[in-house]
Design a protein around this ligand. Structure first.
Ligand code: THU
Length: 164
């Protein structure tokens, strides 16, 4: 038996002024779109902003449904719109933030498992990493350069093709 150790690398930003100018722009866009989330059941509003290679920024928010599983996370609303409208544009980065109507959030909000899987799909499609930036607490942010940091040993089309 052998033990395999997999490392992930994150950058910690103490507050949003430490973020790059582009990430700060994503933050502002995500904050705007978060307000328009349809989240009457969780009252947990999420905003996501995606930066494309051509400079466009695509936004999404969570869309809930009375039949709960029919809803969709902010990240996938933004990613799917970006992929549908700009299939040939590489996705550079995605930033995600959240607000709760139940009180001020002071916790990490990182993409859920299903969103990680979707980000992995687009990384593989475009052949390059997608920077992921998310809340670490009320002030700070974490970022990583690829979904591999958040979803190691993921399942992708290589698995379907019996490739390593
Ligand atoms: N949600 C997101 O939109 N993104 C995340 O990263 C975490 C969770 C949404 C789904 C649901 O509408 C609400 O937040 C509570 O789970």
């Amino acid at each position: 038996m052998e033990e395999l150790i997999i490392q992930s690398r994150f950058r910690l930003y103490k507050n949003k002024t430490e973020l790059s100018a582009e990430a700060q722009q994503l933050f502002e866009k995500a904050r705007e779109v978060l307000k328009k989330a349809h989240a009457p059941y969780s009252r947990f509003k999420v905003g996501a902003a995606v930066a494309l290679q051509n400079g466009d920024i695509i936004c999404g928010n969570n869309q809930e449904n009375a039949a709960y599983p029919s809803g969709l996370c902010a990240e996938r609303v933004a990613l799917f719109y970006a992929a549908a409208q700009y299939p040939d544009q590489k996705i550079k980065s995605i930033l995600v933030i959240a607000e709760s109507e139940k009180g001020d959030l002071n916790c990490r909000v990182s993409p859920c498992g299903a969103c990680r899987q979707s980000i992995a799909e687009y990384e593989q499609k475009q052949g390059s990493g997608i920077e992921i930036i998310f809340m670490h607490d009320a002030e700070a942010f974490l970022s990583c350069q690829s979904i591999k940091d958040l979803l190691p040993l993921g399942f992708d089309s290589d698995s379907l093709e019996n490739k390593k």
